[in-house]
Design a protein around this ligand. Sequence first.
Ligand SMILES: [Zn+2]
Length: 271
Amino acid sequence: MPELPEVETTLRGIEPHVVGKTIERITIRTDKLRWPIPTEIKRLLKDKEILSVERRAKYIFINADIGSLIIHLGMTGSLRVIDGKTPVQKHEHIDVLLKNGQVMRYKDARKFGCFLWTKESPHGHDLITRLGPEPLSKEFNADYLFRTCRNKKIAIKAHIMNQKHVVGIGNIYASEALFKSGISPTKAAHRVSKAKLELLVKESKKTLKAAIKQGGTTLQDYINPDGAPGYFAIKLKVYGKEGEPCPNCAKPIKAKMIGQRNSFYCSGCQK
Ligand SMILES: [Zn+2]
């Protein structure tokens, strides 16, 4: 599924093509994604200018003066700006046609994404207010993470993947950051030392930044020729490498389900 770096890259990809542009027409080809698509956006956004775009967690906000679209790519979604004459493919559910002839096209095969509308600030929307801090913000630091870990017997990996504590650290990034910090993914959150949490915060940020940087240099690669979202090829040390030798100590990498997610780690290097 598109993770935070892919969403950030999508945002950076569409931004120069939509900000300052005026909407000609919105076409909706399905009733609902995860939730019903508000059809009033066709009327409300006609002739309106897109003033800005923003990302919060894995949501994209498209802001006009009368309100904002709140878009999520779900498991399989993509959003791209292409020539308005490009034939519509299967699963391409929404077109935001701009007056310059380009179209911002939303595709989502499994329909777990969302395309919502709010007249208020999107930051105040129910889906958004319950989210923890951005992983790359100053708010996400060792002091903060240490506080959230107090009295939590849940595995540290599940803890940092909980969007209430910090957003956007998906399965791949959690596995990699825990490996680089030498923390076992199964360790109870309250038993991880503050020094280790400091390392974990640092490695989480580094891993995400590397993926975003990679996305920036290979922007087109995110959408494969068939229009399906791809993944940034960051160098992975443990994720998906069960049975392969650990790059540090050569012990075989283990795999284990934690919080319904497959987790990869080295029992020699991660305590
Ligand atoms: Zn190892």
